[in-house]
Design a protein around this ligand. Sequence first.
Ligand code: AMP
Ligand code: MG
Length: 270
Amino acid sequence: MKPSTLLDELRVRPGDAPGLDRRDPGARLGAADKPAGIERLAELVEQLGVLHNRLYAEAKHSVLLVLQGMDAAGKDGVIRSVFTGVNPQGCRVESFKAPAPIELAHDFLWRVHALCPADGEIAIFNRSHYEDVVVVRVRELVDEKIWRRRYAHIRAFEALLGDEGTRVVKVFLHESKEGQRQRLQERLDDPEKRWKFRAGDLDDRVLWDDFQAAYEDAISATSTEDAPWYVVPADHNWSRNLCVAEILVDALERLDPKLPEPVTDKVTIL
Ligand code: AMP
Ligand code: MG
């Protein structure tokens, strides 16, 4: 599949519902098989490094990658594998946890806006302001009237970021409930991964259908031309990583960052 066709398949068009229950979390997209997928990922990782270097040098635009998904959908795995070619100088990961009292005392975008990328940067949001329309809805942390009007606030906020030079791309890592069961079990069984397991993961799992419904609505309401959502099948790590890398390379290519003109034509240092 050509990258452009792949991206069309993953992208949720403005006004459309993502149709999460019709999309297969076990789909293997982006390459014919795993070895080909790993090879293609290596190419994309290299391209990302080059494009990010230009973005950083030009210091005119920035990229914000929003990663959402249920527990064990692979948010951490994507960050670990897709960004191996990106210079840590000019790239930042921000993980959003349950808000602290000072954050709750402000509007829901207050803590988010402060962490958006500066010119030249890529910022990766491991969870994001979408928790404020998903988990708060499922757990009834705020009234429906409040989370519902946040869709419009989010659209306006992301439009502002776009207008000011930030390319916003949003990825929902779409795992199956069975896939999550396997990955949470692996987490418990592996002493190196057990620390990641929280009792709360199981509480969220019980509310699986409510979370899916909340994601379905949030993605429908906020996928726009300039800040699109992509739904990435997440049950197979190699395909998941590859799809996210394709999305990011496309986002950077659209910005088409250029190296600044050299300040001198002198080529020999005496
Ligand atoms: P993890 O990403 O697994 O470390 O878990 C972070 C936890 O923080 C998840 O259970 C999120 O749902 C929760 N969280 C993040 N942002 C918010 C928010 N705005 N309101 C409530 N809970 C949140
Ligand atoms: Mg977790």
